[in-house]
Design a protein around this ligand. Structure first.
Ligand SMILES: Nc1ncnc2c1ncn2[C@@H]1O[C@H](COP(=O)(O)OP(=O)(O)OP(=O)(O)O)[C@@H](O)[C@H]1O
Ligand SMILES: Nc1nc2c(ncn2[C@@H]2O[C@H](COP(=O)(O)O)[C@@H](O)[C@H]2O)c(=O)[nH]1
Length: 186
């Protein structure tokens, strides 16, 4: 089954996802996205993202190889269809960690998807987290924060909204949602 984890940049999607993946009983698999963004120092191609040039990304769009895609603060991001299909065929609960425009596309195509929007405790805390990560320069931080306000306004489109104040509490809430929907209680 498909699980969409969405929310503004810096809210902690990746951090909470890492905690979720420690629980093997959830039978999760991560959909590795494709992006034209340059890798951050600790990021690895094929693990964090498939890092590609813009012409390669556009070719994937033309060939209809992406389940969804979007432009986000100057870069392209998309979900490779084949990879998701392969994981679903393996019986996995597939997690798409994606921004709002892409999430809305998947909601249309796959209305059965479990959709979760993660919100920060406050905009001030969101800003602290983005800045604390030290991965973006000031101009990009400002653009991501402006985008965040618009993204948070769409949270009503999602089936669930979970606040990430404490990482483990957020993880527990999301694990409970996934269990209720996707894990055979046998
Ligand atoms: N509950 C929390 N309390 C304090 N700090 C947190 C919490 N959750 C995440 N963080 C920190 O906030 C920063 C951003 O987290 P993370 O990179 O997981 O966000 P993200 O939503 O995946 O961002 P992006 O969408 O840009 O990839 C990280 O430095 C992380 O350690
Ligand atoms: N629509 C999609 N959004 C994606 C995808 N992969 C990641 N993302 C989201 O983009 C922003 C920025 O990510 P960053 O790694 O540059 O901080 C963030 O909200 C991600 O969740 C995707 O395949 N499609």
């Amino acid at each position: 089954m498909l699980i969409i984890l969405s929310g503004p940049s810096g809210v902690g999607k990746g951090t909470v996802r890492e905690e979720l993946f420690k629980d093997e009983s959830l039978n999760l698999a991560y959909s590795i996205s494709m992006t034209t963004r340059k890798p951050r120092p600790a990021e690895k191609d094929g693990i964090d993202y498939f890092f590609v040039e813009e012409d390669e990304f556009k070719k994937k769009i033309d060939e209809d190889k992406l389940l969804e895609w979007a432009q986000f603060v100057g870069n392209y991001y998309g979900t490779p269809k084949d990879y998701v299909d392969q994981l679903l065929d393996e019986g996995k609960n597939v997690v798409l960690e994606i921004e709002v425009q892409g999430a809305l596309q998947v909601m249309k195509k796959c209305p059965y998807a479990t959709t979760i929007f993660i919100v920060p405790p406050s905009m001030e805390e969101l800003e602290r987290r983005i800045r604390g990560r030290r991965t973006e320069d000031e101009e990009i931080v400002q653009q991501r924060l402006a985008k965040a306000r618009k993204e948070i306004a769409t949270k009503g489109e999602y089936k669930y909204v979970v606040e990430n104040d404490d990482i483990l509490e957020a993880k527990d809430k999301i694990a409970k949602i996934i269990r209720e929907h996707h894990v055979d209680q046998g």
